[in-house]
Design a protein around this ligand. Sequence first.
Ligand SMILES: C[S@@+](CC[C@H](N)C(=O)[O-])C[C@H]1O[C@@H](n2cnc3c(N)ncnc32)[C@H](O)[C@@H]1O
Length: 292
Amino acid sequence: MQNIMRTNHKLSTYDHISQFNRPLIRWVGGKRLIVPKLLDLLPKTFGTYFEPMIGSGALFFSLRPKRAVLGDINPELINFYKVIKDNHDGFYRAVQKLRASKRNYYTMRVSKPVSPLGKAVRFFYLIRLSWNGLYRVNRDGEFNVPFGGRCPEDLIAIQVILNAADALRKARLVGGDFEKTTAIARAGDLVYLDPPYPKGAVADNGFDRYHKTKFTLDEHKRLFAHARRLANRGVYVLLTEAPTERIIGLYDGEFNIQLVKSQSLIAADCEFRGSVNEAVITSYKVIESIQE
Ligand SMILES: C[S@@+](CC[C@H](N)C(=O)[O-])C[C@H]1O[C@@H](n2cnc3c(N)ncnc32)[C@H](O)[C@@H]1O
């Protein structure tokens, strides 16, 4: 196991980060609330930053690494980030023309744009106004979340888009499975893995509410085997996982595990809207540093 010095990213360090360096969207399982903790656990230096299950990219948009490879199994999400990266002007102009309303929401929901820009705008508009900010598709891949009842005047601040586009400029975006996205990670690179798992640590069967597939216990085992392979070739691996025995048991003994208190930002079930634990797992040892 590699030893590294703690970087001393404290909440105070995080404070100076612009309020606009934040995710563009809400996302189930988003890690915005534990970003300071995750920053605290990063290696002091690393090569390329890989985040193959990017979701809303809470850590990525705070960290803003110099070199990154980002991925997700959700093609709509990757298309959205590509549009922000390559055509943020066009995106903002299109979004500015839209008004939030229940009628517009359902019109947008049944629309089927074909251009990357049209798809990105539809994706963003629906997530911004859906019930609980939820992204969910049915078995045919059709978005099926009802209107959330909120009608914000502004759908998004231009500065958030500009900052996101700037961070994405240094990133390569790839669709598909986490194994494929991280296949080229080398010793000294950092891979952050944040798979779907149910809040409240109720079940290990991990129904994936983000996509039409499921992230089952077997998928968590496949993720573990992959994390182990990466760590064995000298890649720094950071994971956030469900704090259940069956999952933590996989990493126990080989990785460092700590439980971190968080809150569910989005929970379809009110029972899990409160405080929840996350298991934060590293392939390397974080040593307390005395530097300020
Ligand atoms: C918990 S979310 C990530 C949240 C993210 N860290 C954030 O702060 O918003 C998990 C993500 O994994 C993606 N995903 C699910 N299965 C995947 C797979 N096999 N390969 C890559 N991404 C996958 C989902 O689409 C989802 O965006």
